[in-house]
Design a binder for this molecule. Structure first.
Ligand code: NAP
Ligand code: G4F
Length: 338
């Protein structure tokens, strides 16, 4: 039985990865932060199957202990302060968790079990002000947020530990991936949750920031398969994981509301742009500049050819299916609220 250690096990990807590894017969260890109220997050349904270890990415001693306890064969470093907007409000915490945290866990692996395989959750945010379209493994990086900069350190230190110590260390440069378990601060879930609430008469309108920015959106359940595949290869390498499709935030809004049964009519531009419910003439989407970012990533679209060729990875959930699943799930959840 293989043993895996997942940092960030309570998050979106941690939950889908845990399901995948448990299905494959792994013994799954997950790192959890101590909180005032015990909170299993997205793995509440797996709390009797995962072996939890209290640790923190900013505390290398706790990570060394986690490696000693788990004796993991495969380590998936998914823990992060992952919300880009927060990285301007908490730049040092973001650097401590996302950048220094990466070297902390790499050191723990190197000291305790250098023969283990290691996965680092790198991100398309590292491409930032994109230097090439579509973005691939060889595209130069130009991060545009404290989060992107911190993740770039995590990416390079992973490569450096591979080259310095011959660790089996891989980075997955994952483009945006969403799901029914996505945090509600991220734009997709914010939109699907609002579409459900507006449909059910529990919210009047949705306020968003930059609706022109474009993202390459896939489903988390597909993307965690790529993480696992990277660690099953004979040699470690870095891979872009993406759909090679891009859409604006506005397009996401349009499709999500349509799936909730609300046809939108758009008018105006910039901060004055609105969308009205065609059935009753009410404004249901507005722009609020408070959601604009100090520096924006305008366009992301990834080229997953290397992963498709070398790993045999293929995404299975289409964009339309992703949006449908998220909207249907939120209509159900909002409907069940007391
Ligand atoms: P997420 O839902 O925000 O999960 C983040 C996880 O990190 C949570 O389990 C969180 O625990 C944990 N964490 C945060 N700070 C920690 C600390 N100091 N010590 C230990 N654990 C800590 O993120 P996700 O969407 O699953 O993403 C997984 C990883 O992939 C992240 O590294 C993210 O940056 C990266 N990534 C995500 C995407 C995407 O589109 N989803 C794309 C590219 C890369 P709590 O429950 O205690 O908060
Ligand atoms: O959903 P977002 O917050 O995701 P973002 O910034 O692309 O980051 C996500 O994907 C990265 C991979 O590229 C991950 F590394 C990262 O951890 C995270 O998972 O914002 C998407 C876009 C942005 O351009 C943002 O400005 O949507 C725009 N947006 C417009 N209005 C909004 C809003 N974003 C949020 N969160 N909230 C809004 O009201």
């Amino acid at each position: 039985m293989k043993r895996a250690l997942i940092t960030g096990v309570t998050g979106q990807d941690g939950s889908y990865l845990s399901e995948l590894l448990l299905d494959k017969g792994y013994e799954v260890y997950g790192i959890m932060r101590r909180k005032s109220v015990v909170d299993y997050g997205n793995v509440e349904h797996l709390k009797d199957k995962i072996k939890f270890i209290y640790a923190d990415m900013t505390d290398v001693v706790s990570l060394i202990s986690a490696m000693k306890i788990s004796q993991a064969d495969e380590i998936f470093n998914l823990a992060a302060q992952s919300f880009v907007a927060t990285s301007w409000e908490q730049p040092l915490a973001t650097a401590d968790i996302d950048a220094v945290g990466a070297i902390n866990i790499l050191e723990a692996v190197r000291i305790v079990r250098p023969e283990a395989k290691f996965y680092q959750a790198s991100t398309s945010e590292m491409f930032g002000l994109v230097q090439e379209i579509p973005q691939k493994e060889t595209t130069p990086f130009y991060p545009r947020s404290p989060y992107g900069v911190a993740k770039l350190y995590g990416h390079w230190i992973t490569k450096n530990y591979r080259e310095s110590y011959n660790l089996f260390a891989c980075s997955g440069i994952l483009f945006n991936h969403e799901s029914e378990r996505r945090g509600k601060e991220f734009v997709t879930r914010k939109i699907t949750d609002a579409a459900a609430r507006i449909k059910l008469g529990k919210q009047q309108y949705l306020e968003l920031g930059n609706m022109d920015s474009k993202r390459d959106w896939g489903h988390s359940a597909d993307y965690v398969k790529a993480m696992w595949l990277m660690l099953q290869q004979d040699t470690p390498d870095d891979y872009v994981i993406a759909t090679n499709e891009t859409r604006t935030v506005r397009e996401f809004v349009d499709i999500a509301f349509k799936k909730a049964g609300i046809e939108l009519a758009w008018k105006g531009s910039g901060v004055n742009e609105t969308a009205t419910n065609k059935q009753n003439g009410k404004v249901v989407v507005k722009v609020n500049p408070k959601f604009f970012r100090p520096a924006e990533v305008d366009l992301l679209i990834g080229d997953p050819t290397k992963a498709e060729t070398n790993l045999g990875w293929k995404r299975e959930v289409s964009f339309e299916q992703l949006v449908s699943r998220m909207v249907e799930n939120d209509i159900r959840l909002v409907g069940e609220e007391k």
